[in-house]
Write a protein that binds this ligand. Sequence first.
Ligand SMILES: Cc1ncc(COP(=O)(O)O)c(C=O)c1O
Length: 336
Amino acid sequence: MLNFISDTVTKPNEEMLKAMLSAEVGDDVFAADPTVNALQEKIATLFGMDAALFCPSGTMTNQIAINVHTQPGDEVICSYQSHIYNYEGGGIARNSGAQVRLVGNDDGFLTSHDVINNINPSDSHYTNTTLVSIENTTNRGGGKCYDMQTVKNIADACQENGLKYHLDGARLFNAMVANKENPKEYGSLFDSISICLSKGLGAPAGSLLLGSTGFIQNAHRVRKVMGGGMRQVGYLAAAGIYALDHNVERLADDHLRAKHISNSIQNAPFITGTELPETNILMVDLEISAEEYLKKLSANNMQAIGFGPNRIRITTHLDVTENDIEKAIGIMKNLS
Ligand SMILES: Cc1ncc(COP(=O)(O)O)c(C=O)c1O
């Protein structure tokens, strides 16, 4: 089965498994796992931030950040397309008792004006606006990347208004590779950054939360409260170190492959259009329902995922080869 559902479906290759098997481990709840500590230091150095915390998932790193940055009743400015709002089980309200101000556009982008125009007045009728969260790349937006100037303008708006600034960087490495950006630039602009190792980077699990020393101390406590303290988890951290060392530059291949699929299926049956993908996510619009189209794909041993009534998402990743891409194009071109 050709699996284009998500970049989360990859399995560790032999080299990654070897790195995992030979990891030196300890009890990470006591911060005594040398491999976890090495991974945390590696990513913090890469981004020029004080410290990092290894967590089971990107949902947890986002939720911990929101919890540390807000008080119950506070308002978080974020995109109506964002993962933190749509796909984290209502965690903003449930875990932190905070509420959202949903702004931005269909691509999942915010501007500094969206931020400035949506900060509550300091009047007791209103709740406190305390946090802005953006996503790069944008998942529901189709893997699109922020331009750095917009990221900086929002940072300025946050600083001028005393707001914390969080980045859901589940696929930040895709954006940095696509636009040749420097992680330290991101590190200098945000109060916290979440990075997923289990998406395009190909690790089986794990996300990292980055921030100041004080922020990460608080995050460590919240991770425990959320049940995310893990013990000899250096085996997974070793996969993360391997992923950072071997699987970053190759993301450019995933991006080229997504573009190649997009160019090749423009006149394919049932397809009304696609956008030229910026990274590894390709949204495909259909003249039939997504459900019906996905059934047809599945009958031809290909899987993708529905993203609305007439839209599917195809994601390229480490475990689909060039040959798989050609097969997938052939399947879509010959669908009946
Ligand atoms: C933009 C974004 N943020 C956060 C997450 C959450 O990651 P996890 O599945 O590790 O909880 C995802 C997952 O796909 C995502 O796409």
